[in-house]
Design a protein around this ligand. Structure first.
Ligand SMILES: [Zn+2]
Length: 97
């Protein structure tokens, strides 16, 4: 639950996703996606490329648990849609030949 009123920079944490101040127990500090080069996830690679191009260098930031859940659902949706698109393309390709 975001902080009401004026936040204290030393007591509260700023969520990088919803851009609201939270208690430290309401989230955690995470490493942004794409920092690990060995992780070959294409979504992470796009995130890392965008961060490099925009000049944002801080790779660890606070994120609240609500935003973590929202990001997981968004990622699962993107991967599901991409998977279904690949399946449809393969079926389309095999039926056309
Ligand atoms: Zn948040």
């Amino acid at each position: 639950m975001p902080i009401d009123g004026f936040p204290d920079n030393e007591m509260h944490c700023f969520c990088m996703d919803c851009h609201q101040w939270h208690e430290p127990a309401e989230g955690r500090i995470i490493a942004l996606e794409g920092d690990n080069v060995a992780n070959a996830d294409p979504i992470n690679a796009v995130s890392a490329l965008g961060r490099v191009l925009s000049g944002i260098g801080n790779s660890k930031q606070f994120i609240c648990y609500a935003c973590i859940q929202r990001r997981r659902r968004r990622r699962a949706t993107i991967i599901t849609v991409l998977g279904l698109a690949i399946v449809v393309a393969v079926i389309w390709r095999t039926t056309m030949t």
